[in-house]
Design a protein around this ligand. Sequence first.
Ligand code: SF4
Length: 396
Amino acid sequence: MLRAEKIKRSTLPMGIKTNHKRASRVFGILLEAFREVRYPYNVAVLPQDMVPAELRKDPLRHAQFLWYACHFMRGALDSTTAIRQLVTLWSFRPDLFMPEKVVTIPLEEIKGQLVRALNYHIDEIGVFWQENSARLIKYWRGDPRLIFHKLKDGADLRRRVMNKRTQGTRPSNELLNHEQGFEGFQAKMTSMLAYFLIAEKLVSPIEIIPAVDFHLLRVMFETEILVPDTYERRIGYDEAYKYGANLLECYLKRDFSRSVELADALWLLSSNLCALAPGNRSVGRSTRKNYRDGKKTLPQVLNVDPDDLNHQRWYARSCARCPISDACVRNVPSGPYYEVGMFMIHPRRRMEVPQELFPLDTCRHPHTAPRRYKTGNLMTPSAEIQLVLDIDDPDI
Ligand code: SF4
């Protein structure tokens, strides 16, 4: 049984301390539950599971759709919402997901259609959508799978995908053509692209860390795999990412084939169980109440009431049946993060909940009824997934 490990605050340097031993134990428990398809993995749904069978029939179009979806895998946008909305858009405008068509569509029309699906940084993403379509055609024959052709590792992929104009590493005239990258793509979106295409078996696995987003970092903070020098200060994404990504890289070094399933195990836990935990709920997000004297105020953490039947129900469906409940000592609500980009970490709210009131077969996240179970879609360390691309070498 895991116990919270005591870390003396006074011994911590400024920044965030990483506990690799604890990571190994927590990740091990989650991977085991994930492989055995135990709760919550028997009911949870991944964003890419929402891609319909009709689109999956053609691997090229499937890969292109996921590559376009990566344009929205940024900032405060929930990836499940993004994919769901883009699938709807694809159903009546499939041409917006075909690079050879996108380059012929006027920019204003692209923006006008995208905003109907997702009203999120459309001026910027609309430009990227069109410019990146042209680059995909020019350097990769319009096929995102070719980006992974003869790829050595994650660093190699980042060289090909990350936008160089903002990197400041080399002047762009020294870059090879196919290394120009894509507008708006940074490390997280690059990992997301690799994750989607590897998880959907559209390309061979490569050694790359998962896309370290809010959900992965939340589980690491909750279980004190990541411990800030003080919980009094605000912790931003960039700082948390640096430590979280480094820890995952160390953990996966011995066996990168676990990368996709570890990402799934962490992401699904956070987005399905932690999201439901009463201690992770916040009030006052995205309402006019957030503004006081003209200033934006942070959403407040929900005051958990152990006698409230709703709070009991949420707890029974989340923490009470969480595989790493014993190791979890913190709560990290998503409200403040999505509102101001900061992690607000506080002690975990524990409750005693009579389990007989909430039997297991009713334990479904109300917003994510399962469409496709994870069985048969697992990548185990021993799984050999080989992609045979029926294509010639691109000019790289
Ligand atoms: S115990 Fe609750 S808050 Fe902690 S990891 Fe599990 S579901 Fe999340």
